[in-house]
Design a protein around this ligand. Structure first.
Ligand code: PEP
Ligand code: MG
Length: 568
């Protein structure tokens, strides 16, 4: 019988398919003693399990190619290592159960590797993965990590780390459902970037059995378990209507009455450019430069490396605006050369601009590299600083830009409530504002953005967050300057209309969201967006704000004087 579960929809669209679970770690198997008569049976289980795991690793390597192939082939060899297998078999002969014998034999080998110099010690994680795979196979539980499947599936996980998602094949993953993770968690951001429907913070998702068919509505957060044919048809038709509307709306972002709102893309490097261009991005509103350097965080990237990566992105957007954020290191994105090693509370520590002001040479080098990258290109380069707290921060950043002779507007991100409250003062130094609503919500509600349990407080529809947006946008309008949104809030089509109603002048988001936001914006005149914004701010809760704005935008709520009620 059909059952409905409710989480938080964080990436719109519909996915219908069988569930595959992200395998959790298998843990340490209990030490069971097997009697002499059971030894042959236990021994007979080992080789088939080892062979199956090794074959699976080899097959994955063939599919992945390149570096992945080398790593997976090496793991297959570890699985088949004759000395290791001998050790396992001896342990079984001495009375150990198969799972425990594998665990202990790999444990002994692990000690050897860990003490054998930096390169081999680095293989310990690979060895542990092989051990867990063999133990999982013996126990008959899902393999740890991303499921291996030739069939498209809906991925169920506790939460997804960036490393997990890097292994996902977007052609196979129809959608994500996670138990943890808030709307601004990595799972949500990555799902949007991949353009797959996703629901996060869904308690009980982990209990769905492998293969159960679900329909995931990434807009409403509803997950239908064993959906009835009528439900499937209804959801599919609604998704087709949304997709058709998104495809039909083309051209620059604007409200129905022609109020222009540039729709820009969030990118992490050159690899994200093609999707941004395909979605019709009018430029880049947030280039997260630290993403380029997270994999080797020990040393600052060289000038050449930086210039090359920046130039590739800048060259892709001729005659367009590209807003580059200087390195936002710290908290969940540590860069060893910039951020302190151990802080009691890194999200409230030396991160973002604070770290750069402690290392002015790194900031100078980045600004210089940006200037060089933009040379001769017809791009409108803007730069902005993350985690600006007050006017002194904004001035320090503007001064650094001026000192390097960079010809670019210097903006401030509004991510700290103090910056929104005193936006007027920050605008005396900054050329523009860009609202980072992910961090702004985190700090306004004292709610860690990675914590699924706090998703309610991370909801960008929270009226208090909308108040902070309104303060910033009004201050910018009075100063005659721009105020964009580049946090995840901009990717929600209804909320995007509300943000425009609050006075926001540009919206930047993951590329797949752009057509949906463009289509929704084009349905409403500016006055209606303003009305929706008033209705949302008058609400007491995020849900009520969403409902109130939704009612206005669907033509069922209060209407501005003089505006005809239209079904649109
Ligand atoms: C934000 O905080 O909203 C933002 C855009 O920055 P990031 O998500 O990279 O912290
Ligand atoms: Mg941020």
């Amino acid at each position: 019988m059909e059952k409905t579960m409710r989480g938080l929809g964080v990436s719109p669209g519909l996915a219908i398919g069988g569930v595959r679970r992200m395998g959790a770690g298998v843990g340490e198997p209990p030490a069971v003693h097997v009697g002499r008569r059971e030894v042959p049976r236990e021994l007979a289980r080992i080789r088939p399990a080892v062979e199956a795991v090794a074959d699976d690793l080899t097959a994955r390597g063939e599919r992945g190619g390149g570096e992945a192939r080398a790593v997976l082939d090496a793991q297959a060899m570890m699985a088949r290592d004759p000395a290791l297998l001998d050790d396992v078999e001896q342990r079984i002969t001495s009375g150990s159960g198969a799972e425990r014998a594998v665990y202990d034999a790999f444990g002994a080998y692990r000690e050897l590797l860990a003490g054998a110099g930096e390169y081999l010690a680095g293989r310990v994680a690979d060895l542990d993965d092989v051990r867990d795979r063999i133990v999982a196979r013996l126990l008959g539980v899902p393999m740890p990590g991303v499921p291996d499947s030739d069939e498209p599936y809906v991925l169920i996980a506790r939460d997804l780390a960036p490393a997990d998602t890097a292994l996902l094949d977007p052609a196979l993953v129809l959608g994500f459902v996670t138990e943890q993770g808030g709307p601004t968690s990595h799972s949500a951001i990555l799902a949007r970037a991949l353009g797959v429907p996703a629901v996060v913070a869904l308690p009980g998702a982990g209990a769905l059995a492998e293969g159960t068919v679900v329909a995931v509505d990434g807009s409403t957060g509803e997950v239908y378990v064993d959906p009835e044919p009528a439900r499937r048809a209804e959801l599919t038709a609604a998704a087709a209507r949304t997709a058709a509307a998104a495809a039909a709306a083309t051209g620059p972002g604007a409200t129905r009455d022609g109020h222009r709102v540039p729709l820009l893309a969030n990118v992490g490097g050159p690899a994200d450019v093609p999707a941004a261009l395909a979605a019709g991005a009018e430029g880049v509103g947030l280039f997260r430069t630290e993403f380029l350097f997270l994999d080797d965080s020990r040393r600052a990237p060289s000038r050449e490396t930086q210039v090359r990566a920046y130039r590739e992105v800048l060259a892709a957007f001729p005659d367009s605006r590209v807003v580059v954020r200087v390195l936002d290191a710290g908290a969940d994105k540590p860069l060893d050369f910039l951020t302190p090693a151990a802080e009691p509370n890194p999200a409230l520590g030396v991160r973002g601009l604070r770290a750069l002001l402690d290392h002015p040479e790194v900031l100078r080098a980045q600004l210089t590299a940006l200037g060089e990258a933009a040379e001769g290109l017809p791009v409108a380069l803007d730069v902005m600083a993350p985690m600006v707290a007050d006017r002194a921060d904004a001035r320090a950043f503007a001064d650094a830009c001026a000192q390097t002779g960079l010809r670019a507007k210097a903006g401030a991100m509004v991510e700290i409530p103090a910056a929104a409250l005193r936006a007027r003062s920050i605008l005396r130094e900054a050329d523009f504002l860009s609202l980072g609503t992910n961090d702004l919500a985190q700090y306004a509600f004292a709610a860690d953005r990675q914590a699924g349990a706090l998703a309610r407080l991370q909801d960008p529809w929270q009226p208090a967050l909308l108040d902070l947006v309104a303060l910033s946008a009004t201050a910018a309008r009075d100063a005659g300057k721009g105020c964009g949104v580049c946090g995840e809030a901009a990717a929600d089509p209804l909320l995007a209309c509300v943000l425009v109603g609050l006075g926001v002048t540009s919206l930047s988001m993951s590329a797949p969201a752009i057509p949906h936001v463009r289509a929704e914006l084009a349905r409403h005149p500016l006055a209606r967006c303003e009305e929706a914004a008033r209705a949302a701010r008058a609400a007491e809760t995020a849900d009520d704000a969403r409902r109130a704005a939704g009612a206005v935008l669907s033509g069922h709520g209060p209407v501005s004087p003089g505006e005809p009620r239209s079904p649109s």
